[in-house]
Ligand binder design. Structure first.
Ligand code: WT7
Length: 649
């Protein structure tokens, strides 16, 4: 584990909204007197009717979670209308197309017009408060308009990632009984069309067999490609938008009225519809966006996530727009036209804050520094990371090569269920340790517990729980509150269980070690797969690694490593030995890899998450039952992995 410390830089300290004293003071207040603290910060958004009650929550019984419960507000109003008087001409969204020669800018005034019209289109087709609207869109501004239009009239949106299959889309439409879908003729990614309307048509047929009838499909024209059309059901977005009024009053929403559902996978069962509500969510998303990214008025902010994930919800759309920020939305992929795209876009739009995922960082690191060096990146002043543990090697590369040692890195730990960032450095307050998400945000009470639920103190490893509510917390699983209780509050009574393993060091810094379901038990020793991966990736010839456990006669579990090498490096037996030795010196003999398989590519979902389930099966030589591989970005990598498996029986 890296023990290096990068103190807050002078420039970060000078400009910071929060320094270490203020962090300490605010954090203590947020924990000791949450009502007072959140009572104050809840006012960062506008309320039609101010709340008098702040926090009314319990992690016992039916887990009732209410924040600001008697207040009335509207998310769309807060993200648009309230900025118009002073900043109507400010750019709200910079859209960068998949094609590097195509982009556009949308001001807050324009955003108001688009969102109001779209809200009126929804109303015209009978969408009412509480109805579920499915949004199946590529990364185009209309996706954000759709979310905000729903929020404006109190409809609950369910954004389904554009990379999901028709089956997956159908499952989500059926689960929340959504009868209105907003989609697009085709998306474009890496120069290739994505048949969203065609997928939607198939999904609607599947949904109908499950007794959920989609009555209306609103179709944005993106490519003009040939698509099927169901008259009466399908409507062109541009035609509908032209024929409605350009104003639509925002509906006064109760703080606890649902804002959106977002489906997420757990360790069991089908995806859960995680449900977020209005007031607390927006307070938390906007507050974390401001302080974690140390957002200053006028800055250009870019989060590379897709709006189909919670990161896109909270940190492309809701947090930044509530703060009147300029948020960049990128339609494409990091490797098109080549691996220099991110850095090129940063120069082109003078991006100040850049927020991406370790998997992207590692893959671009593997591409070689020349792609980065081709750009200047002088506008950059803060870098963010999210989604998985970032190995120190990638962290250092991000810091030194991308940020040229000028930019603080915020490694932000959170989940779909948490609504916003939970454990993170604050740029002007927190000394950095590569690989650590560092400290809790205001109001967050992390606790590490052992398998029996006993609270652990001091420097230790444990299961990460949160012991009290925060405003951004998911309130339920849509339509299945029992599952909510069961999944998050049954394992450790009275605590929210994150499903993550975590280490707290002597300085009280948190190091997320990965999902507990990915923790190996080797000869009775617990070992994070992320730890072994980090060790492997710290070898200069390794670009990426994924480690899984497999049944081992003597040790209980053996360690199986899939290793992707840097470009042009050959995977030899000699290199295998070298890597084994390397891991032993990095972690210790208990982490000695049993198997190393060199792999040209790893099976990833289209969101970039490695599908360990598949890797475990191949490692077990049980690939007859690989299960659903439909969400893979490139299903072909699986065949190559099977071919070269190391555990042939
Ligand atoms: C899981 C949540 C929240 C945004 C995207 C993922 C892992 C997330 C970090 C981080 C280590 C991280 C955890 C968590 N995770 N951020 N900075 N360091 N691990 O959302 O799909 O709900 O996944 O992602 O394992 O439980 P998600």
């Amino acid at each position: 584990m890296s023990s290096k410390v990068y103190p807050v830089s002078k420039s970060a300290k000078t400009r910071a909204l929060i320094d270490s004293d203020k962090y300490q003071k605010w954090y203590e207040e947020s924990i000791e007197t949450p009502d007072k603290f959140w009572g104050k910060h809840g006012k960062r958004i506008d309320w039609f009717k101010p709340y008098t009650k702040v926090k009314n929550t319990s992690f016992k019984g039916r887990i009732p979670i209410k924040w600001f419960e008697d207040g009335l507000t509207n998310v769309s109003y807060n993200c648009i209308d309230r900025h118009l008087k002073t900043h109507g001409e400010r750019v709200a969204i910079i859209w960068e197309g998949d094609n590097p020669y195509i982009d556009k800018k949308i001001t807050y005034n324009e955003l108001y017009d688009h969102v109001c019209r779209l809200a009126n289109v929804l109303k015209k087709h009978g969408v009412k408060k509480g109805d579920r609207v499915t949004i199946y869109m590529p990364m185009i501004p209309e996706a954000a308009y759709a979310m905000l239009a729903c929020a404006r009239i109190g409809a609950i949106h369910s954004v389904v990632f554009g990379g999901f299959s028709p089956e997956a889309l159908a499952g989500r439409i059926v689960d929340c009984e959504s009868t209105f879908v907003i989609t697009c003729d085709e998306g474009v990614r890496g120069g290739k069309p994505v048949p969203l309307k065609e997928n939607t048509d198939i999904a609607i047929d599947i949904a109908a067999k499950n007794y959920v009838i989609v009555h209306n499909v609103l179709v944005v024209r993106r490519t003009g490609g040939k698509i099927g059309w169901a008259p009466g059901r399908d409507h062109w977005y541009h035609q509908e938008m032209a024929s409605v009024k350009p104003d639509c009053p925002p509906v006064k929403m109760k703080a606890e009225d649902p804002l959106f559902i977002l489906y997420t996978s757990g360790s069991t069962g089908k995806p859960k519809g995680v449900m977020h509500t209005t007031g607390g969510y927006l307070v938390y998303a906007s507050m974390t966006h401001e302080y974690v990214f140390d957002y200053h008025d006028g800055e250009i902010y870019w989060c590379t996530a897709d709006v189909g994930w919670v990161t896109g919800h909270s940190y492309i759309v809701y947090g930044p727009l509530a703060n009147c920020a300029t948020t960049l939305m990128f339609e494409g992929i990091p490797t098109f036209p080549d691996q220099g795209r991110f850095w090129e876009v940063i120069d082109k739009h003078k991006v100040n804050i850049f927020y991406t995922a370790p998997t992207a960082i590692r893959s671009l690191m593997g591409a070689g520094d020349e792609f980065v060096k081709r750009s200047e990146r002088t506008s950059l002043r803060l870098l963010g990371s999210v989604g998985e543990p970032i190995n120190p090697e990638a962290w250092e590369w991000y810091y030194h090569t991308v940020g040229e040692a000028r930019c603080q890195i915020v490694d932000t730990w959170w989940q779909t269920e948490t609504g916003g960032i939970m454990i993170t450095p604050l740029p002007g307050a927190t000394d950095l340790k590569p690989g650590s998400a560092t400290r809790p945000f205001f109001g967050i009470k992390p606790e590490l517990v052992d398998a029996e639920g006993k609270t652990l103190e001091g420097a230790t490893d444990g299961n990460l729980c949160i012991t009290d509510s925060w405003p951004g917390q998911a309130r339920s699983v849509y339509g299945d509150h029992d599952r909510y209780i069961q999944t998050y509050f049954a394992t450790y009574k009275g605590k929210y269980f994150t499903g993550d393993g975590c280490r707290r060091d002597e300085d009280g810094y948190y190091w997320i070690t990965g999902r507990v379901d990915d923790v190996l038990n080797v000869s009775g020793h617990r070992l994070g797969t992320a730890e072994v991966e980090s060790a492997l990736v710290s070898h200069h010839l390794v670009s990426e690694a994924a480690v899984v456990g497999y049944p081992h006669d003597i040790k209980g579990q053996g360690i199986y490593c899939y290793v992707t090498l840097m470009a042009d490096v050959e995977g030899t037996d000699q290199l295998r030995k070298e890597l084994v030795a390397h891991v032993r010196t990095e972690i210790g003999p208990i982490a000695t890899p049993d198997k190393i398989q060199f792999a040209a590519g790893l099976p990833k979902t289209r969101s970039g998450k490695i599908m360990r389930r598949i890797l475990r099966k191949i490692a077990e030589d049980d690939f007859g039952a690989l299960g659903d591989t439909s969400t893979l970005a490139d299903p072909a990598v699986v065949d190559e992995l099977i071919e070269n498996r190391q555990n042939k029986k």
